[in-house]
Design a protein around this ligand. Structure first.
Ligand SMILES: NC(=O)c1ccc[n+]([C@@H]2O[C@H](COP(=O)([O-])OP(=O)(O)OC[C@H]3O[C@@H](n4cnc5c(N)ncnc54)[C@H](O)[C@@H]3O)[C@@H](O)[C@H]2O)c1
Length: 360
């Protein structure tokens, strides 16, 4: 079968570099073109990856016969770009967060449906092998009745070194913050926990940072209809209080708590992790380190994984998308999943504004 042709919009950016690298592992596709506003970055990308380059993404859509476009521009531009791509009836893999407002997110989903194209939501955390195994163990009942899941992200070098995503990602005055905050990162975990639990969020309480404003601690407490409480807390304006000896080796690449990307394996002093607690046992999950530790009565043991270190998760995401296109199935992670996660995150902002528990 001929390879599906892929174009990447936002080709010179951080996450696009991971897409390019990951797609070397995917036999069923060929990345043929990239669009990037920044001419210097575009030149680097076309040279490095051997693709045709465009500064105007519409020119790319007109010129190339693409099957799939990956939208890797900042979230505030997702709607504008996605609607244009949909006009050309090209299938879309869109990065998280789906959009920066529910209105924009809904518009993207509706337009793709109307145009009869597939929209794959880039929930790349679902494709990390530790997360896949964690879900399998939850669904097999190995943890018993789940009661709680939580993630704590603490990093940074104090307030004066705070590094927010900035106005080119999140319009000033709207939900935003830094790369490891609740909008940009927490949304991965919210999607993941919805997928783990196969249950809907009932109520949300929390607060989040606003783009361009002084940051503070962020948190989301979501209670699911089955009673499970999910808690995210993020603070990158202080300092990690973990000792280096509490770190772990990781097999794959990773974004550290300060949002810095590495594609090499190595020692992580302050590795990303989250915990899930149930009536029979608990799990500590290190998604990028590809490690999973199981705790139960008189037991602490690592769980074996079939590893495919990051950026393998981005490759698996694309393989899953190709499968849905070839077999004309609904994408395993659809636009609606992105919309649901966005709704939960934005409810945390709403609760801070109203000082109310938000019922979804
Ligand atoms: N799945 C993940 O784990 C993950 C990780 C990092 C970022 N992301 C997401 O990926 C998206 C991009 O993030 P990033 O960190 O790569 O941002 P970035 O700022 O590094 O890169 C974005 C690129 O898009 C380009 N761009 C903007 N508008 C454009 C346009 N109209 N046409 C062509 N190019 C355009 C910019 O010049 C820039 O080079 C965001 O939605 C972010 O949340 C996802």
């Amino acid at each position: 079968m001929a390879k599906l042709k892929v174009g990447i919009i936002g080709a010179g950016g951080g996450v696009a570099a991971v897409h390019f690298q990951a797609y070397l592992e995917v036999d069923s596709i060929e990345v043929v073109a990239g669009a990037e506003l920044n001419e210097v970055a575009l030149e680097e990308v076309t040279t490095k990856w051997g693709v045709r380059g465009y500064t105007d993404f519409e020119e790319m859509l007109k010129t190339e016969q693409l099957d799939i476009v990956c939208i890797c521009v900042p979230a505030r531009y997702h709607r504008h770009v996605a609607e244009k791509v949909a006009d050309y009836k090209v299938h879309i893999l869109i990065e998280k967060p789906l959009a920066t407002s529910l209105e924009d997110g809904q518009a993207i989903v509706d337009k793709c449906h109307a145009q009869g194209i597939k929209l794959y939501y880039g929930a790349s955390y679902r494709m990390l092998t530790a997360n896949i195994k964690a879900r399998e163990m939850i669904q097999n009942g190995e943890l018993g009745e789940i009661s709680m899941a939580l993630e704590t992200v603490i990093g940074g070098d104090g307030l004066e070194n705070y590094n927010e995503c900035g106005p080119h990602h999140y319009e000033p005055g709207t939900p935003g913050g830094c790369g490891m905050g609740i909008v940009d990162h927490g949304i991965h975990l919210i999607d993941l926990f919805c997928w783990f639990l196969d249950s809907e969020v009932d109520t949300v309480f929390g607060r989040g940072n606003i783009s361009g404003e002084i940051p503070a601690s962020e948190h989301v407490t979501a209670t699911f209809t089955n009673g499970v409480v999910v808690h995210l807390i993020a603070n990158t304006i202080s300092f990690s209080a973990q000792l280096p000896s509490e770190g772990i080796f990781r097999w794959g690449g990773s974004w550290d708590p300060d949002g810095k990307l590495s594609l090499e394996p190595g020692w992580a002093d302050n590795p990303a992790s989250f915990q899930i607690h149930g009536s029979k046992g608990a799990l500590s999950v290190y998604p990028y380190a590809e490690q999973l530790i199981y705790f139960a009565k008189d037991t602490v043991k690592p769980v074996r994984l079939e590893q495919r270190p990051m950026p393998g998760n981005f490759a698996m995401q694309m393989e899953s998308f190709v499968d849905s296109i070839i077999n004309d199935r609904k994408p395993a992670v659809a636009g609606e999943d992105g919309l649901k996660a966005l709704k939960i995150i934005l409810a945390a902002y709403e609760s801070a504004k109203t000082q109310q528990l938000i019922k979804l």
